[in-house]
Every structure is written in C-alpha cells, then in structure tokens.
Design a protein. Structure first.
Length: 129
C-alpha cells in the first residue's frame, strides 16, 4: 500500500503486527521497521526464555523483514533497543554482536520499566533498501 510515496511493507515470514501499525514503512530507499518483539513468526508463540533467546528471536525477525524487503543486515543504519533491565545489556550485546558480526550500525539502548506481554526486549531498525 502506498501513501504519499510511502510504501507500507508486510512480510508473511515475520510476526503479524499486534496493533494499528505496519511491520515496516519504506520511504526514499530507507526502511523503518517497527519495534519487534520475540515472537515466533510461524507459530505465533511468544519466546519468553532467557534474554539471549529473546534477543536472537527479535533479530531474526528483523533479518527476515529486511531480506523480504530487498535489504539485509549489512544495510542497517540505526537500531534502537528497549530493554527492561539494563543489567541484561552485556548479554544482549553478545547476541547482537554475533548477529551483526563486523557491521556496527549506530544504536541507542533505552531502559524501560516494562514491555508488552512481559517481554524483556524490543528492537526497531532503520536500514537502506
């Protein structure tokens, strides 16, 4: 769907949005991915295990959306990571570094009181397409 040259993007291989928003929007060769939670895209199961398991699921969901939109993780410009406990940061950073490898996008880490469904992490991304 296009609105004012904005293409609203949806991947059937990523979790369905749980509210009135799109998985992503593409504008001027840039994709803005909505905050992703650790949900298995095929079963709808909420991944409520360790912070490492939740982080990996979120990043895999983002990777899928990027791929399906014609981008990939090497084109990520900026990430914003919301975590419910700043003490998780070291463990999140390990999974994040393993996922992105040598690529180091700009990022912000924002401690929050809580997230929907009791999740420990949510990540949003801006990338080139």
């Amino acid at each position: 769907m296009k609105q004012n040259n904005i293409k609203l993007f949806h991947s059937v291989n990523a979790p369905e949005p749980g509210g009135h928003y799109s998985q992503a929007a593409i504008y001027n060769n840039t994709i803005y991915i909505s905050g992703q939670l650790p949900v298995n895209p095929f079963t709808g199961e909420k991944v409520t295990g360790s912070i490492e398991e939740q982080t990996l699921q979120v990043l895999e969901n983002i990777g899928t959306i990027l791929k399906d939109a014609g981008s990939d993780i090497s084109k990520v410009v900026k990430t914003t990571i919301y975590i419910t406990d700043i003490n998780h940061w070291g463990r999140v950073n390990e999974v994040y570094a393993g996922f992105f490898k040598k690529h180091k996008p700009a990022r912000a880490v924002v401690p929050v009181t809580n997230l929907h469904h009791g999740f420990l992490i949510e990540v949003e991304v801006v990338a080139a397409v």
